[in-house]
Design a protein around this ligand. Sequence first.
Ligand code: THG
Length: 686
Amino acid sequence: MKTPIALDLEQRILVIDGAMGTMIQQHKLSEADFRGARFAEWPVSLKGNNDVLSLTQPDIIRNIHLAYLEAGADIIETNTFSSTSVAMADYGMEALAHELNVASAQLAREAITLYLQKHPEDRRQIYVAGAIGPTNKTLSLSPDVNDPGFRALSFDALTEAYCTQIEGLYTGGADLLLIETVFDTLNAKAALVAAARVAKQLGKSLPIMISGTITDASGRTLSGQTTEAFLYSLMHAPLLSIGFNCALGAKEMRPYLEELAQKAPFFISAYPNAGLPNQFGAYDQDAHHMGHDIEDFLKAGFLNIVGGCCGTTPEHIQRIAQLARNCKPRKKPLPDSLMHLSGLEGFTLRPESNFMNIGERCNVTGSKQFLRLIKASQFEAAITVAREQVEGGAQALDINMDEGLLDSAAAMTRFLQLLAAEPDIARIPIVIDSSKWSVLEAGLKCVQGKAIVNSISLKEGTQVFLNQARHIASFGAAVVVMAFDEKGQADTLQRRIEICARAYHLLTQQAGFAPQDIILDPNIFPVATGMDEHRRNALDFFEATAWIKAHLPHAKVSGGLSNVSFSFRGNDTVREALHACFLFHAIAHGMDMGIVNPSQLIVYDSIEPELRTRVEDVLLNRRPDATERLIEWAEQLKGIKTEKLQADAAWRNASLQERITHALVKGITEYIEPTWPNAKKFLLSL
Ligand code: THG
């Protein structure tokens, strides 16, 4: 059902108010003014704590709201940008967070009542948006230059703080929640999780607006995301609107707004600063000048909600309102049904896309090298494993820390937080791989992008499955479901189909999952094991894949490719041939993605024909002696090395200087050796 504001937005462009800070500054308030009588003895200086003015100088705040209403604002923002316990800690006012939000929302409501009493002829619906700032801490970046994995705040602590803020905004009478000035989508996800939690508690949900901020000229958020990645990271929530505010002013915002307007299935908002800040941090763009840039957006049809941020005044809003009245609102595009993922950049899987490679090597059970590094806490070197895969063509990275002797949740957290600091790796989406729910949960709290959770299953029944799925959905991640139920792992075609269909229907009908975010894994098992019941392992996977693609709309199919060749461990030639042939047939049956070693994938056509025949005899179960014949061939091959096109080979062949440069730039420490035992200095023996 459409909310009243959604219906309103279909008819007209709504105007959101301008800056609170600039208006407060004009009053030249003293320390004593900020404190008022109530906080006269407060041990910390309160000058600059604008939000506390809702308690100590309510008339000033109410009058600012009134000025914006007189200027034509349809949405006024509460004075609560920093009213979380996290941001209020600067003033020792953590405990006042709830009260501040209640008071500020009430002030905005009062201002609307006063305005409407004065202007009974004005029949517009006017809304109070509860302003929810990003706080002064970012969940995806370290404030400590010496430890890129450090975080000043946890996801859970921020979520708690947002819950308190949002409850206060509800109590005070806000109509909307405005999660604004988003510089890190992980912070915004915490706000979304909090909003959903409060809505459930109170049995009422307010429409949610999200507004991000692009702070550098290359078009990225502070935490490094592009517009597309920003959108995909937050698109799971049933948003009223998405847009940008603050930052570099209207003109600089244009290309990013244009992109959002094209891609987002929500209403679009923009409330920029009055131009770029000058050398004193003030804003010079007057109403006329800013109006000129805004008019361009309006005429281009980008917008549904428009207003101003830092440096804007009622004069600016009046001009913007005038312009908005004369323009038609943008029409929302219909949501597509493509799978969108993101790291720092967006990724979209289209029907015409090639097979998607998920790098398998950052897996403590799947790589002895990676296990050794993680066990020795050599996280920096472990990061190199991730980088090599990206360079080798991985389009997403599978991370698995499931090893009995490790604190897997802690290792997952640490590794993901370090990865976030590597822009060339964090570019691509993360696949959080674990068979332990606690590890998956920990991983979700570390990634700002739209990730894949790998995996859940029906092993423990419907209820556990649904609870886990709903939790994953609240973080916006896609999910891999293994074909496993209460009775065990699916090992026939029929069981694969049955379990995948059941999971798909539960996810779409009861867990609110978008079908394109469901990835079914119908179990890739080893072939040529010598066991008769394994003869159809590959064939059943292929046929299950085809069935899924034909019967479960928009669902994706994935699998762990290297599993298929476990019985040929140590024989890379046969393993690579098995992988290439398996993929060739699986893709033909509709497999969309897989966990693979991207730099070790070879081309189907390059396989020696006799080997290929023998491999396919096994995969397709074409003859009773297929396994013997492949083993026979494998024996004969032992010792012959294949020429692997390793992705790093090229730089390893370059000149010493070039190798040093490459290693320094990419932070590859693998080839550095000490010149003598316990040396403090290292020689680059590249
Ligand atoms: N489905 C889903 N997730 C999965 C799997 C799956 N995650 C884990 C696994 N299976 C996929 N990942 C790997 C990673 C490595 C290997 C196999 C699967 C592998 N490793 C070499 C080996 O064991 O011989 C290790 C060699 C080395 O130590 O370097 O084969 O099916 N959803």
